[in-house]
Ligand binder design. Structure first.
Ligand code: ZN
Length: 177
């Protein structure tokens, strides 16, 4: 079975934007992150992405714009020989009680179901508490990147292995095989 890595989007692949990324023109790739996904792909890993997008439910982001942002991300990945096996978004506002908004585990469960992978074998890489808590809730293995909000999260979760960025996290994963 091909191992599975699940990434957060903002703070891991993309630079976070205050108030949420709601236009294509604000899309900024964290340097080296797309190449890191490609390295995982070429080492035989499947890679998926989850993202909380309450701006959808709040009406500040149209689904067409989100689809365009994710298409640009996929194009950027393709240029370096990488791809994502799944990209899932929670469109619900905080406090909506949905099962998908991280730290709830709905998106991780759906990815595991789609890709037929036991969650306890999954590595989750994120920059905030929601990623770590979601991973722990399903017995997946969390890693922290210090990009995005990762520095602050590292203070709260010093026990979670932390790396400067996705490139460094992937280098570590590939040496652990
Ligand atoms: Zn949701």
């Amino acid at each position: 079975m091909q191992p599975l890595i699940v990434l957060g989007r903002d703070g891991v692949l993309l630079e976070p934007v205050a108030g949420g990324l709601v236009s294509v023109s604000e899309l900024r790739i964290i340097p080296g992150s797309l190449e890191a996904v490609s390295r995982l792909n070429h080492a035989g890993y499947r890679v998926a992405m989850t993202t909380n997008q309450p701006v959808l439910g709040e009406g500040r982001l149209h689904i067409e714009v989100l689809n365009t942002i994710h298409a640009r991300l996929a194009e950027g990945l393709a240029r370096v020989g990488g791809h994502l096996d799944a990209m899932l978004s929670c469109p619900h506002a905080e406090g909506s009680g949905c099962e998908c908004r991280k730290p709830s585990t709905g998106m991780l469960r759906e990815i595991a179901d789609r890709l037929d992978t036991p969650l306890e074998t999954v590595t989750v890489i994120g920059d905030d508490a929601a990623d770590i808590e979601a991973a722990r809730a399903v017995n997946a293995y969390p890693l922290l990147v210090l990009t995005g909000h990762g520095q602050a999260t590292h203070t709260d979760y010093p026990e979670v292995p932390a790396f400067d960025d996705l490139d460094q996290a992937v280098s570590w994963i590939l040496t652990q095989r």
